[in-house]
Design a protein. Sequence first.
Length: 258
Amino acid sequence: MRIARFVVASDPLYGVVEGAPGSEEITVIHGDPFFNGVERTSVRHKLEDVRLLAPIIPRSKVIGVGRNFVEHAHELGNEVPAQPLLFLKPNTAVVGPNDPVVLPEFSEEVSFEAELCVVIGRICKDVPEDRVDDVIFGYTCGNDLTARDVQKTDLQWTRAKGFDTSAPLGPWIETELDTEDLQITGRLNGEVRQDGSTSQMIRGVRELVSVVSQAFTLLPGDVIMTGTPAGVGLVTEGDRFEVEIEGIGRLSNPIVRR
């Protein structure tokens, strides 16, 4: 099931996206699916007639996982960490499909990172790996934009990873997905730059969710960005970057500077 957050006239709504590519429709659901479940209404719209938003604005946090692909760690001159390398992005970093990524004034070297993102569905803490499926609501595409120059000069990653618009998410949440071997593709201006698979992750989805839940209490709507494959590079004003994940869809955002 694909659950989207969207706007038709004014207030954001949630809906279920159904149909073949090019002819999808979205059925409005009652309230918030994280708390009310998925209860369809009789209201339907053509997908082309609505504006998709980020499928979730996390109520508390976005958790990133650094260097979770061996080749990506090595391409930046880093070793694979002995323990999962976790960091936080504020919810103000989140934007949706086609929203502009605004390059921060304090950086001249912002790079893209195409990632599979896990959306948490219930309050949980210290989740064992064999219970992780019970706490996952679904999955979406994400771009963990990073100010590389600031990442090098600061002694921690808050500014580099947490600037406004640094966490595009979308286009919707897919609730049913086998994450063992999904293709992750990142395209810069239509050219493939990242071409990897979740099978290349050092730590898979279940292990990551379990480890993160040991560090933080997870709340409904929290997002875990699971790491990026090799091929990261810089973006500049006027670029467009697209994340495509097998079984989910495509997330595309223009790059601007103000």
